[in-house]
Design a protein around this ligand. Structure first.
Ligand SMILES: Nc1ncnc2c1ncn2[C@@H]1O[C@H](COP(=O)(O)OP(=O)(O)OP(=O)(O)O)[C@@H](O)[C@H]1O
Length: 386
């Protein structure tokens, strides 16, 4: 039986309306993901739409079904929507994962030297200087500027990114990513795609005591099996110090640019300098220094410099020796209750209280980074010498 021309035209309009339904995890229209099967509209205006989810128990199922219903009912001439949800076959799923990988061979690394994604590795000499807090807020600030941003939390000892971005359940455990066959879909928070070692450990109170090769494989898997899609910026939160992870990142992403986070304490410059130097030894460029926990402005206007001053500038000065491009002090983020509270509540201060002085400083850093082009390091320039 063929449909009457008017109902066929209506079905085509419904299909077009479904182009606006976005899969919340993959972040693409469901029509592009081949998730829409048959669409028909009967004479009485009742539309039936077949939707195919990627996996059984897909956490986004309710959202997708609701959005499909809304989009269908929004088409003039449709009187009711009958949304039928099923699950893709293994073949359909395989076709989808291959399409998402852009036809690239399985396990190819999308952030290689030719990719347009700017990769920033955030490191620090020692723990507790606010590296993860700065990374989380910077990621959200960049996403708020309209950039496609991903974060890889590779801080094995202090995987705090899920908590900082609110990706934890009531018991504080990081949410688990959805897996479509061997493709991992990163959870999204505040517009940022996030993957963390914390999402793969069952008991967050146990330390991850992995040796170098295991860490290397995990970072490699994060970079290859996690579907980030096309990113403008990828931020990596590295463990403090000069360990195995920094070396792995140097090997896997030699074109990554490094941001060193340090405190204003001049004595901390030594240790911050060392973490930067390891990155340089693995071929990465040090982009700049972010000083965190700088002076707190008191209600009377005076500034309380709890951690002293000058440490960021000193670290930048020392790291400038030994590379052509000057290492700049890119931002000085003050001590801030709002920044700390935002981290505790999972709503980063750049979103929850953008007027906070720490939010303003991180926003200015984001503004600086947002306009940068991807560095040319490691990239083929397409020049030929005749
Ligand atoms: N500018 C700031 N003002 C006030 N508190 C801050 C500031 N920056 C970070 N903090 C707080 O300091 C603590 C340590 O921050 P964070 O976990 O981001 O550090 P880190 O360098 O990533 O540590 P580690 O690498 O050991 O995980 C957190 O409680 C955080 O809320």
């Amino acid at each position: 039986m063929t449909d009457a021309p008017e109902t066929a035209a209506l079905a085509a309009r419904v299909r077009r309306a479904l182009e606006r339904v976005i899969d919340p995890e993959i972040r693409k229209p469901i029509t592009e993901l081949d998730m829409v099967g048959e669409v028909r509209v009967a004479q009485d205006g009742v539309a039936s739409v077949d939707v195919k989810l990627t996996i059984v128990g897909c956490p986004a199922a309710d959202t997708i079904e609701r959005d499909v219903r809304e989009a269908t009912l929004g088409v003039d001439g449709v009187s009711a929507a009958d949304v039928r949800v099923s699950v893709m076959t293994r073949e359909e799923r395989a076709a989808l994962t291959s399409k998402l990988r852009g036809g690239r061979a399985k396990r190819a690394m999308p952030f290689g030297p030719d990719s347009l994604t700017r990769v920033y590795a955030v490191t620090s000499g020692k723990g507790g200087v606010g590296k993860s807090t700065v990374t989380a807020n910077l990621a959200v600030a960049l996403a708020r500027r309209g950039l496609a941003v991903g974060v890889v939390d590779a801080d094995v000892y202090g995987f705090s990114i899920p908590g900082l971005l609110g990706l934890v359940d009531s018991a504080g455990a990081a949410v688990k990513p959805t897996q479509v066959d061997d493709m991992i879909l990163p959870p999204v928070a505040h517009g940022v795609k996030v993957i963390s070692i914390g999402m793969f450990v069952d008991d967050t109170s146990t330390a991850v005591a992995w040796r170098g090769p295991m860490l290397h494989r995990t970072i490699q898997q994060f970079l290859t099996d996690v579907y980030f899609g096309d990113l403008d910026v990828l931020l990596l939160d590295l463990p403090p110090g000069t360990g195995d992870v920094a070396i792995s990142v140097g090997q896997l992403l030699p074109h990554a640019e490094v941001l060193v986070v340090t405190t204003p304490q001049p004595a901390a410059a030594d240790v911050a300098e060392r973490s930067g130097l390891v990155a340089r030894q693995t071929g990465q460029t040090i982009l700049g220094v972010v000083e965190n926990m700088a002076g707190l402005v008191q209600p009377d206007g005076s500034v309380l410099e709890l951690f002293g001053s000058g440490g960021g500038a000193e670290t930048a000065r020392r790291l400038s020796r030994g590379q052509d491009a000057r290492v700049e002090l890119l931002a000085s983020v003050p001590l801030s209750m709002g920044l700390r509270q935002g981290g505790d509540s999972g709503v980063p201060v750049v979103e929850g209280a953008p007027a906070d002085p720490a939010a303003v400083a991180i926003e200015a850093l984001a503004a600086r980074l947002a306009v940068r082009e991807r560095g040319l390091a490691g990239r083929k320039l397409g020049l030929s010498v005749g």
